[in-house]
Ligand binder design. Structure first.
Ligand SMILES: N[C@@H](CCC(=O)N[C@@H](CS)C(=O)NCC(=O)O)C(=O)O
Length: 249
């Protein structure tokens, strides 16, 4: 049996939902309500000690980390392959996925926490916040909550994240100059892993992503939006207000 613990079709949950839908794989969906902090409940932490989604459970085996989950799905369900046959392209795909995990996603995440999670954090009563923090397994996540509940990130940190978003979108523009998808014209894990970060970036940062500066990225998002797998993933349950949907909290 294949089960996925996930939140809304955004951010890291979206990466894996998209892969499953594009591969047309049936799975049992377990919705984890992040707004109710269900990811820190003992029952969920028993499945993923990091207290984070997404989590794939395949015949009882637990797989975490969205990028790794998508590689695993491509290994185990190869009928519709999402890794280029050419090994150089495959290596380039992995380098891009590493950049997305190491640079692009953390930059977007910091701005999302500052802009949106902060609004929730500052309204939590101090005693309740301490209780919630005590249940978060990862120190990095505890620190993020404490930061946005306090003075939040500095102007320098936020400017650096915006700079990294600019670099990310310019790299994509160059990759898409002469091809429909990020790696050599073949739809791959690179596209799956990048969609959720980029789909709404033009709304958030029109100065970084717009038809003049990044026409190829805009066309790629439209191409992605038209894919049945993307539409099926976007149709998954979504309880989060629209404003929050553009970021992965
Ligand atoms: N590196 C992990 C990161 C997972 C992650 O950041 N998950 C977020 C949702 S996109 C989460 O569970 N946030 C809630 C929390 O950390 O409490 C992955 O790629 O799967």
């Amino acid at each position: 049996m294949l089960e996925l613990y996930h939140a809304e079709p955004v951010a890291n949950s979206m990466k894996v939902l998209l892969c499953l839908k594009e591969k047309k794989i049936d799975f049992v969906s377990h919705y984890v309500d992040l707004m109710r902090f269900e990811q820190h409940e003992p029952a969920f932490v028993a499945i993923n000690p990091n207290g984070q989604v997404p989590v794939l459970v395949h015949d009882g085996a637990v797989i975490t980390e969205s990028t790794v989950i998508n590689e695993y799905l491509d290994d185990v369900f190869p009928a519709i392959p999402f890794r280029p046959a050419n090994m150089v392209d495959r290596a380039h795909m992995r380098v891009w996925n590493k950049f997305v995990d190491d640079v692009y996603t953390p930059a977007l995440s910091m701005i999302g926490w500052h802009t949106l999670v902060r609004r929730i954090a500052v309204n939590i009563e101090k005693g309740k916040l301490a209780e919630l923090l005590a249940r978060i397994p990862l120190k990095e996540q505890r620190d993020k909550w404490a930061t946005v509940a306090g003075d939040s990130f500095t102007e320098e940190q936020l400017a650096d994240s915006k700079r990294k978003l600019g670099i990310s979108v310019q790299k994509m523009e160059a990759m898409l100059k002469n091809s429909d998808y990020l790696i050599g014209n073949q739809f791959s894990l690179a596209d799956l892993n990048t969609y959720s970060n980029t789909a709404s970036l033009d709304r958030l940062f029109p100065d970084l992503m717009n038809p003049t500066a990044t026409p190829c990225v805009i066309a790629w998002v439209e191409r992605m939006n038209a894919r049945p797998g993307v539409q099926a993933a976007l149709a998954m349950p979504n309880k989060v207000p629209d404003a929050l949907r553009v970021f992965g909290a």
